[in-house]
Design a protein around this ligand. Structure first.
Ligand code: HEC
Ligand code: HEC
Length: 214
């Protein structure tokens, strides 16, 4: 009985170490290959190197090739579930596509990434139990947060915003928007024009009284 117990513990331990070993080799190879094989801008490269090294693609890229052990019963269900949920919340493929085309990443992606980096929420704990080398280091976090701040600054900060608000995920409204007087006049005319209704009796203004903010 005791021998059986020891034997089972040994089997589980060997399985765990084996899987972690395969994961280590796979992750290292993947990170080296992806970073080396594509022509990316230096801004994209910084982000990409950190995310690939931390194996974020497992659950956030549709293109990811997972190691073979991910097909084992039990592990497969877990991986599928993580990937399905992960992909709904955040896509690394669209982040990379934006960066590689020289465009800033979508504003919402930057905000989500900033949150998980600041809260050290990713990769999930269970995943790190097998993928020992993953987990964002202080340097990794700084690379990501600096890059998020610089993209936000160039692409999304409200012009003239006070420096302490320039890196806010939700930017203050501008004090002033450039408008074209002719377009404003045309809009006003449409807004009050009853011909926009089926029977020529109702305009936007019938329901929306601008003076009351309705
Ligand atoms: C094992 C799968 C897995 C790995 C690996 C993983 N994630 Fe996630 N990620 C998820 C899941 C599941 C969710 C959605 C549920 C949640 O937030 O826990 C998520 C959510 C997110 C979100 C969205 C958060 C939001 O507010 O909607 C971001 C951003 C993210 N992950 C970034 C990362 C980064 C960066 C890495 C690598 C450092 C990473 N993930 C690694 C599974 C994973
Ligand atoms: C018959 C009444 C009626 C007319 C006519 C009408 N609206 Fe509205 N409108 C509403 C109501 C009620 C809401 C709020 C709907 C809601 O919050 O679900 C609304 C909402 C809106 C919103 C806010 C939508 C949002 O996502 O918050 C805008 C903008 C708007 N209307 C513009 C217009 C314009 C422009 C016209 C004319 C082309 C117009 N409306 C005509 C009743 C009307």
């Amino acid at each position: 009985m005791k021998k059986l117990l020891i034997a089972s513990i040994a089997v589980v331990l060997v399985g765990y170490l084996g899987i972690s070993g395969i994961a280590y080799v796979h992750d290292k190879d993947y990170a080296e290959r992806t970073v080396a094989s594509r022509a990316v801008s230096s801004q994209a490269l910084g982000i990409r190197a950190v995310l690939d090294r931390n194996a974020c693609y497992y659950c956030h890229s549709r293109k990811a090739v997972l190691p073979n052990y991910a097909k084992l019963p039990g592990i497969r269900e877990l991986a599928e579930h993580d990937r399905q949920t992960g992909l709904i919340h955040f896509s690394i493929d669209s982040l990379y596509a934006a960066l590689e085309s020289g465009m800033p990443a979508p504003e919402a992606d930057l905000a989500k990434l900033e949150t998980v980096v600041s809260e050290r929420a990713m990769p999930p704990k269970l995943f790190r139990l097998v993928h020992w080398t993953t987990g964002l280091s202080a340097d990794d976090r700084r690379v990501l947060l600096d890059s998020i701040a610089s993209q936000r600054h160039t692409a999304y900060a409200t012009p003239g915003v006070a420096p302490e608000f320039a890196n806010e995920p939700v930017q203050p409204l501008p004090n002033y928007l450039a408008t074209d007087a002719n377009k404003v006049a045309l809009g006003k005319q449409f807004f009050n024009d009853t011909r926009l209704s089926v029977d020529n009796t109702v305009s936007c203004a019938s329901c929306h009284a601008l003076s009351t903010g309705a």
